[in-house]
Design a protein around this ligand. Structure first.
Ligand code: PMP
Length: 453
């Protein structure tokens, strides 16, 4: 067998330096815009983490359509980031654009259900296979609502999540494992509450660890993605999720499945496809075609329990909900997305092409004898810096190499290919073509050859 190739720190540093210079040369207009924006937006960005792309200054988008982003300097980029899943069905899908145009002149928000509400409810039930739904504006909001409802229903305090998870801007989920114990995640800003007493982090794919905590009888909710997609990519071992659902049932704990990323699996998401029956389901990001909106679904039993706790509580704020949630514009965009964009045909194209993409990446990796793997979940594929598939969050953390990642990403960006920052994730949309995939494959091969040289 071939020995593994390795990439030296000095090569990574050299490639990073060369690619930074090239980026600066290629993007004078983005640089000028960033400088201008910096007058009142720190770092020149509307949200601080937009600085984390690893570019010397933020790249400005002039327009985006389908699977392509045109930047301020006129480069047309093949977009495999797709707004980190917000644009998974392509930028500005025609039916969504038409729905927004049609709705825009007739009121955007009224804090009342629009005439589309019933149809959206029917579509959600049909696609995701759950009885009831509520809307929020972000997946973060939906996860927070699910956590609060679960605590209210079970009258239990604790939340269980998995090491390496990410569920959005959700205080309760920002825990990890340190020296065998649940700890607050490093890097959190302004954290004051003692979340480690009400949240527990356990290793993914470890049913014994799950059971040991559930046995204590005070866990309201287990919240997880079907696969960890935010710290490299960790797939569930056969039987893990079914075992998890069984254990939850046995111990009176509710199960919440966050499908915000795994909606890439198939129409209806991972849980529906694999016959997993959670109590709650969360989907955000692309559910309204890129307009801010998210949903959480739940079973008829959960809905009955919600009514019961709601009837018993004294008057006052429930702590669940935001004013613009389920607004008229969002409902119109969601209806169009669910009915006309999120189709079986769209998924067929996305998944077939993601297979081609994953095969192309695997070929580059194998032919250069690199100790890496490619993990795929439907329309999503991730390059993992590990020779074996990752078993849990700890293994995922250990595999991460941010400098190497940044060097590859910047190299690709300078060849008109955009991939998600923070990790090596690629997403295929209904508008992505074989040409885009070929461009990614050959730019990735060139990046690797430059790094190995
Ligand atoms: N859940 C998962 C699984 C996510 O990956 C993310 C975002 N990456 C969120 C929730 C939060 O989504 P948002 O930032 O849109 O609230």
């Amino acid at each position: 067998s071939m020995t593994s190739n390795s990439i030296s720190r000095s090569r990574i540093d050299a490639v990073l330096a060369a690619e930074r210079t090239l980026f600066e040369q290629r993007n004078p207009r983005s640089r000028a815009l960033a400088e201008k924006a910096s007058r009142h937006l720190p770092g020149g960005v509307p949200l601080h983490w937009m600085k984390d792309w690893g570019t010397p200054f933020p790249l400005s988008v002039a327009s985006a359509k389908g699977a392509e982003v045109t930047d301020a300097d006129g480069h047309v980029l093949a977009d495999f980031c797709l707004g980190d899943t917000g644009a998974m069905f392509g930028h500005s899908p025609e039916p969504v654009v038409a729905a927004i145009r049609e709705a825009a002149g007739h009121g955007l928000t009224a804090m009342m259900p629009s005439t589309f509400a019933a149809e959206v409810g029917d579509l959600l039930a049909d696609i995701f296979g759950l009885d009831f739904f509520q809307m929020t504006q972000t997946a973060s909001d939906a996860n927070r609502a699910v956590i609060r409802w679960a605590r209210a229903i079970t009258r239990r305090p604790r939340l269980m999540v998995f090491e390496g998870c990410y569920h959005g801007q959700v205080d309760d989920a920002f825990v990890t494992i340190k020296d065998g114990k649940t700890a607050i995640r490093p890097g959190l800003l302004g954290q004051v509450t003692g979340i480690t007493t009400t949240s527990v982090s356990v290793p993914f794919n470890d049913l014994d660890a799950v059971e040991a905590e559930l046995k204590k009888g005070d866990i309201a909710l287990v919240l997880t993605e079907p696969a960890l997609t935010n710290t490299a990519m960790v797939l569930p071992k056969p039987g893990f999720l079914d075992g998890l659902a069984k254990l939850c049932k046995a111990h009176g704990t509710l199960l919440g499945i966050d499908e915000t990323h795994t909606i890439s699996t198939a129409r209806g998401g991972y849980a529906k496809t694999h016959g997993l029956k959670p109590d709650f389901l969360v989907v955000g990001k692309p559910i309204a075609g890129g307009l801010p909106a998210a949903v959480f679904g739940f079973t008829a039993e959960v809905e009955a329990a919600m009514r019961a706790v709601d009837a018993e509580r004294p008057a006052g704020y429930s702590g669940i909900g935001t004013t613009l949630a389920g607004n008229m514009l969002a409902l119109a965009a969601m209806r169009a997305t669910l009915a006309e964009v999120m189709t079986e045909d769209a998924y067929q194209h996305m998944i077939d092409l993601a297979e081609t993409l994953a095969a192309a990446l695997r070929h580059v990796i194998a032919s250069r004898a690199l100790p890496w793997t490619v993990t795929q979940m439907g329309a999503r594929a991730e390059i993992v810096f590990s020779p074996e598939p990752l078993a849990d969050g700890r293994a995922a953390y250990a595999s991460i190499d941010h400098d190497l990642e940044k060097a590859i990403h910047l190299f690709l960006l300078n060849r008109d290919v955009l991939v998600t920052p923070f990790h090596n994730m690629t997403l295929v949309s209904p508008a992505t073509t074989e040409g885009h995939v070929l461009r990614l494959g050959s730019a990735f091969a060139d990046a690797i050859d430059t790094l190995i040289a």
